[in-house]
Design a protein. Structure first.
Length: 112
């Protein structure tokens, strides 16, 4: 498989994983969103941390300066994650995509 096809497959895998996780957050009741998970005070905080990580990496890959990523509340985490994931996937390369996919799957494992 060529590097270009591999990058395309990695990008698709990342976007699929981000969308699945974002949908899980969107469907989660408040009691689950606010429940603690290892390493984070809540599931929402874990999702927000991931969204912030993806947004910062997207900005860096695009050569843009970092800026604040707001905490819009637990009910917005799914949307924030989806936007940050798509922004990152648009500018990232193969190794970055694989690392991001691992991070998304790790958070997905926390929110089950």
């Amino acid at each position: 498989m060529s590097a270009e096809l591999r990058t395309s497959a990695d990008r698709s895998a990342l976007l699929d994983a981000v969308e699945r996780l974002a949908d899980r957050y969107r469907a989660m009741p408040q009691s689950r969103l606010l429940g603690a998970v290892p390493g984070h005070p809540s599931r929402a905080a874990a999702g927000l941390a991931l969204a912030r990580q993806l947004a910062a990496a997207a900005l860096a890959a695009a050569g843009e300066p970092p800026h604040d990523f707001p905490d819009a509340g637990p009910f917005a985490v799914g949307d924030q994650l989806a936007v940050a994931g798509h922004e990152f996937a648009a500018v990232a390369d193969g190794p970055q995509l694989a690392e991001a996919l691992a991070a998304v799957l790790a958070v997905a494992g926390l929110v089950d």
